[in-house]
Design a protein around this ligand. Structure first.
Ligand code: DGJ
Length: 705
């Protein structure tokens, strides 16, 4: 079976009676399967099986494999070592389904591989208990082998305010295991586990990656086994006892996406972004410039202030106004009120309608904050239903942010949230939900049994139901910033709050790596206050705007305190965002492999390479007094482009004279000159940046002539 598209290929061999991957990588062209088998079959070492076999995708111990198996479980003390044999295969050009069974163990397993037109391989597995007593499933992961030249691994760690930090390591013997057991994917969720060639960078080299379409417990694995072979694995992390399959019952693992790129990490982004841009339900509307009031007013809600803020927002070009935490129940700070989704008469004596109507009257959409999976012990809901929380019977989990997790597996608790939220959407005409999730799950039990899987399914169902009841409604997924950014939630939410970190310097790295597989238009990115609330660093509008521009842009700043100059700069930024968003939200993300660690260069190139927008970001001072050239790769080599600096983000430069190509710069730093160069010259020679002070940025536009 050969599945190929867009530069990726998987060749699956079923001749031995089980699924063996002969090849995962770039298309091989004309090859005979028998020759491939011969080329890949290893020698038989003295201290190993007499007849060496490939472990296949299921890696069963029963075939003589001693690495981690894909399927782990048992029937009491029995059925601990399955041996699944192919019974039936169905094939169409982009999809293969293989049905396997182990009659002795009483198990049936189906494996479906689908190659999308974008070159993303989607893998679905389901195991059915075909026996006549309970089968306890511990794990069903998806594994794919990687070639020996994949000698390094890359995954991402993180924490609150610093998500998606790359960790690149040798692909050494042993098992690398990344587990998320927070009941949400978590701030340290890697999104994908990669293996790569030693020469791989953002722009070149080979990369293989697996990611799980799931927002609960997740496991990513990379194993180099005792024979020296490397493989990547991914799947759901089940709690002990969570998947007790009754006779006839099946467990369907979350889909796993497999990516291959021969064009470095940016090739993984290109495939993933194209795939996710074709997802069902993707909003058709251009991503509206958003103002979220959290860092502007926090819990200090007041109609007059927020109305004035809405006026300022509309005047600078904001298109969506989002009222954050603090409008409901007894919620005057973060110690109470979650679960009571009714407008607070204390904070909003005339209700929310005056603000909503005012915002709508200004031509903006209105968004409202919820955290519907949570309950504060100090709330009417908890007082009435203290048992509606996820817990182990007889004890209450430790509190986090003064809250507990509402048990959405309980139909009454689920209906309470759904109906209260839905009623408000209908009554007020809410266009957008910002949905938070500020604590991880501990003791995630429903009626005494583990329920994180069902809790995740419940939130997917709830979002889907709200959207179907209220056509056009959009949902932002937030979990103290980027605690639930994953390949599962992309199919239920429309935007992620990438991080609570609004300091643009930190944010540059967070966005660079979160967008490895998540398209930038799904990543909320705001101009925060002048002095960052998280780091205490002060930045001008320039770097903040240049950073926010490359996502789903917005503001999170009290514009009532902004100076006239700052408001003028934001108005220009808003116009630039409106002008460029069709490019930024549809083009190819390019992370330039820049030689100077003191600067970052990245951009977006239109699919037809007719235009591009690049950012040069001076993080700190460069070793050389004149910084390294900024290359602009990805344009058509033999086409000619006009390049110029764009407004808003130029910083002060410590130089007597700018670089040659910037001659004609006006007093706002905007290049009036018209340098024309070929795509090849821009990719190879690039442009000399001005000598910017640290923490300043410059935007450069290239337009094909
Ligand atoms: C955490 C979020 O990440 C913030 O943006 C904000 O919504 C607060 N919660 C509100 O409590």
């Amino acid at each position: 079976m050969r599945l190929s598209a867009a530069g990726a290929e998987l060749i699956l061999d079923l001749a031995a009676g089980y699924p063996v991957v002969l090849h995962w990588g770039a298309p091989l062209g004309a090859v005979e399967v028998a020759d491939l088998r011969a080329a890949t079959a290893p020698a038989a070492p003295g201290a190993d099986l007499d007849d060496p076999v490939d472990p296949g995708m299921l890696r069963e111990t029963a075939r003589g494999y001693t690495g981690r198996p894909a399927l782990r479980g048992h029937r009491g003390p029995l059925a601990f070592s399955p041996l699944l044999v192919v019974e039936e295969v169905s094939i169409d050009p982009a999809c293969v389904t293989v049905r396997m069974a182990d009659a002795a163990a009483g198990l049936a397993l189906s494996l479906t591989l689908t190659m999308t037109e974008h070159g993303v391989l989607l893998i679905d597995q389901a195991v059915t208990n075909a026996g006549d007593d309970t089968y306890s499933l511990d794990e069903l992961s998806t594994w794919l082998p990687v070639p020996d030249r994949a000698s390094e691994t890359l995954d991402f760690s993180g924490r609150w305010l610093l998500e998606r930090q790359p960790q690149r390591l040798p692909f050494a013997p042993g098992l690398r295991l990344r587990e998320g057991r927070e009941g949400r994917s978590g701030h340290d969720h890697t999104i994908v586990q990669c293996a790569l060639t030693a020469d791989a960078t953002t722009e070149r080299g080979e990369v293989w990656a697996l990611g799980v379409l799931w927002s609960g417990g997740i496991r990513h694995l990379a194993e180099r086994d005792v024979r020296g072979r490397g493989a990547l694995g991914a799947g759901e992390l089940l709690e002990p006892g969570e998947a007790e399959l009754a006779p006839g019952e099946a467990y369907a693992a979350p889909t796993v996406a497999a990516f291959y790129s021969g064009e470095g990490l940016d090739g993984i982004s290109a495939a993933s972004h194209a795939w996710l841009r074709s997802r069902p339900g993707r909003p058709a509307q251009a991503r509206p410039l958003t103002l979220n009031v959290w860092e502007a007013v926090y819990f200090d809600h007041d109609l007059a202030t927020l109305t004035a803020l809405a006026d300022r927002a509309a005047a600078v070009g904001v298109e969506r106004f989002v009222l954050d935490d603090g409008w409901f129940g007894s919620r005057r700070d973060d110690t109470s009120g979650l679960g009571d989704w009714v407008v607070s008469p204390d904070a909003w004596p005339s209700g929310l309608a005056p603000l909503v109507d005012h915002v709508h009257g200004l031509g903006m959409q209105f968004g409202l904050w919820f955290e519907g999976e949570m309950v504060s012990p100090d709330s009417d809901l908890y007082r009435a239903h203290p048992d509606w929380i996820l817990q182990v019977p007889g004890r209450v989990p430790p509190q986090a942010r003064f809250q507990q997790v509402l048990d959405l597996v309980n139909p009454d608790a689920y209906a309470h949230v759904l109906e209260q939220v839905s009623a408000l959407i209908a009554e007020l005409g809410i266009d957008y939900l910002k949905w938070d999730h500020n604590r991880f799950l501990t003791d995630p039990g429903h009626a005494g049994v583990p329920a994180p899987r069902r809790q995740t399914q419940a939130i997917y169902r709830l979002f889907d139901e709200l959207k179907s009841r209220h056509p056009g409604l959009e949902v932002e997924s937030c979990a103290s910033g980027g605690g639930r950014v994953d390949l599962g939630m992309v199919f239920h939410a429309d935007r992620f709050w990438t991080s609570d970190q609004n300091d643009p310097l930190e944010r540059q790295q967070i966005q660079r790596w979160t967008s490895l597989v998540i398209p930038p238009e799904m990543l909320g990115s705001h101009i925060g206050p002048t002095t960052s609330h998280t780091t205490g660093r002060t930045h001008g509008v320039g770097l903040r705007a240049a950073t926010a521009l490359f996502g789903h842009a917005g503001l999170e700043w009290n514009l009532l305190e902004a100076t006239e100059d700052e408001r003028a700069a934001i108005t220009r930024f808003a116009a630039l965002y409106r002008e460029q968003r069709d490019l930024l939200h549809a083009g190819r993300v390019v992370r330039v492999d820049h030689p100077d660690p003191a600067a970052l260069v990245h951009g977006v190139v239109a699919a037809d390479a007719s235009r591009a927008l690049f950012a040069y970001v001076q993080l700190t001072t460069s070793a050389g007094i004149t910084p390294a050239a900024m290359r602009l790769p990805g344009l058509t080599p033999d086409a000619r482009y006009r390049v110029r600096v764009r407004d808003v983000v130029t910083g002060e430069a410590i130089q007597k004279r700018g670089p040659g190509w910037m001659s004609g710069v006006d007093d706002r730093g905007v290049d009036q000159g018209a340098l024309e160069l070929s795509g090849a010259a821009l990719a190879q020679l690039g442009l000399r940046p001005p000598i910017l002070r640290p923490e300043q940025a410059m935007l450069v536009e290239a337009v094909r002539l």
